[in-house]
Design a protein. Structure first.
Length: 177
């Protein structure tokens, strides 16, 4: 197996990571699952993946820190950020930290593999005339604050000036993982 077909899946959702692993193995990738940033750092001491799929929200940490470590290890690595907490703020940060693409869940193996192939920008993407809705702006602000507080709901609610239960209800409505 060529080293450039080595893929690391960084996700603390064991069932999702296992499913993704099997799916990529059927496509002839060698797949290693790393549920934490520490596991990724251990892997990078002995292996050099060509591809990575990183969940934005990891238990006790942000996937952005993991993304940064992967990119520092190999700037040529193709890294896709996969998240249920999609926002413009985290998408911009992910790209600045070295991701080649950013996908919102649910995404499947086809979507992820296509994202690896779209590492270069596309000048033909049409610009839309549709203004951003108030709900979208609210969600973006909520997610920006969640990311700034390492997904601590109580602290994010305090900074947003809302009750913790109100924020929790808003998150439940969006069915965010």
């Amino acid at each position: 197996m060529p080293p450039d077909r080595l893929l690391v899946v960084v996700d603390d959702d064991e069932a999702f990571a296992k499913t993704l692993k099997r799916s990529f193995e059927r496509r002839e990738y060698e797949v290693v699952v790393a549920p934490t940033i520490d596991a990724v750092n251990s892997l990078l001491q002995t292996r050099s993946p060509g591809y990575a799929v990183v969940d934005l929200k990891l238990a006790g940490a942000s996937g952005l820190a993991c993304l940064e470590a992967l990119h520092e290890h190999d700037p040529e690595m193709l890294i896709v950020v996969l998240t249920g907490f999609a926002s413009i703020a985290t998408a911009v940060e992910a790209i600045k930290l070295g991701a080649c693409h950013y996908l919102a869940k649910p995404s499947n193996t086809d979507d992820i593999e296509a994202a690896f192939g779209k590492a270069a920008g596309n000048t033909d993407v049409p610009l839309t005339e549709r203004p951003t809705s108030i709900k979208t702006l609210e969600w973006e602000r909520i997610h920006e604050m969640l990311a700034a507080t390492d997904f601590n709901i109580s602290e994010a609610a305090r900074r947003l000036g809302m009750h913790r239960r109100t924020l929790a209800r808003k998150l439940e409505k969006r069915q965010v993982k």
